[in-house]
Design a protein around this ligand. Structure first.
Ligand SMILES: C[S@@+](CC[C@H](N)C(=O)[O-])C[C@H]1O[C@@H](n2cnc3c(N)ncnc32)[C@H](O)[C@@H]1O
Length: 287
């Protein structure tokens, strides 16, 4: 921030200009970070644009701008991220929930009428807990088990479960994929947004700041899908469903793995809002 910055409006313009080389959304970033520095809702910034910033507020804002120029995700700098209309605590222990992952929740809600009156659902690789918590809020009869191999990630998920008061129906288990789950009673639905990237396909800012355990998988990103699909039939009831988020260009390879794991099942793919095939849905044959 330049020394001549005095008002909120000037501070925002100056910060947006400085972020424009490193962020695709410089003005939005500046507003979110200044609102965070001041402890205000973002809308108040525009109403108070002519107000002077105190030296302390300027210093707090400047520290955030410097970190954003270093490509720190805004969600980590402000400590939260909205997903499916709900606010989640996030920090460097978890992947920042992405808008495209909302498709998995939408598909699960669309399938809900087929899942039975009290669906048992599992979310594998839960990270911040965004998926099971969104489902628990929208499916009041569902119970959801969420696993992660990272104890650090589960600590963040636990904070979010408490924040959204869904602890009676969302349980968190530490372990590899489906291993920590009981096989009985069988599940009605399994969801997962697993690690599926390779270092070459991920932007530098993501690679530098988000947990590699959440991002990367061997075998061109297919290794976790392969293991999860091999385990899933032993946990899913006949007639149950499975939903997987897909990386770019992975739909055919994952569909092959899914048909091998669930012979005779119906398999469908769905695009995200950008038109990229993003979710794969398996509906297994009824008993
Ligand atoms: C792509 S992130 C998804 C996080 C969250 N579900 C979301 O959509 O924002 C993948 C998550 O899977 C976890 N993970 C990686 N390998 C795993 C494994 N073998 N078993 C269980 N969880 C795993 C990571 O720790 C990370 O939290």
């Amino acid at each position: 921030m330049s020394e001549s910055t005095h008002t909120i409006g000037q501070a925002l313009r100056d910060a947006a200009r400085r972020l424009s080389a490193s962020s695709p959304t410089p003005r939005l970033d500046a507003e979110l970070l200044l609102a965070h520095a001041l402890g205000w809702p973002r809308a108040k910034l525009l109403a108070e644009a002519r107000e002077a910033l105190s030296p302390d507020d300027q210093a707090r804002f400047e520290a955030l701008i410097v970190r954003r120029k270093n490509l720190d995700p805004v969600a980590y700098l402000v400590g939260r991220k909205e997903f499916f209309g709900l606010e989640f605590e996030v920090d460097r222990r978890v992947l920042v929930p992405r808008p495209e992952t909302e498709l998995l929740v939408e598909r699960a809600l669309a399938l809900a009428p087929t899942l039975g009156p009290r669906p048992r659902i599992a979310d594998i690789g839960t990270g911040s807990g965004a998926i099971p918590i969104a489902l628990a809020v929208h499916l009041p009869q569902a119970t959801i088990v969420a696993s992660d191999i990272s104890a650090d990630a589960l600590a963040v998920a636990a904070a979010n479960v408490a924040r959204h008061r869904v602890g009676a129906r969302v349980s968190l288990l530490l372990g590899d994929l489906l291993d920590p789950l009981p096989r009985e009673p069988a599940l009605d639905l399994i969801l997962s947004n697993p690690p599926y990237a390779t270092p070459a396909t991920v932007d530098e800012n993501v690679r530098r700041h988000e947990p590699h355990l959440a991002l990367f998988a061997a075998e061109q990103g297919l290794a976790v899908y392969r293991r999860l699909l091999a385990q899933a039939p032993a946990y899913l009831r006949p007639g149950g469903a499975l939903l997987l988020e897909l990386g770019d260009s992975q739909s055919e390879a994952v569909a092959v793995l899914a048909s091998a794991a669930f012979p005779g099942a119906q398999i469908a793919c769905y695009p995200d809002l950008a038109g990229i095939t993003r979710a794969l849905e398996v509906r297994t044959s009824p008993p």
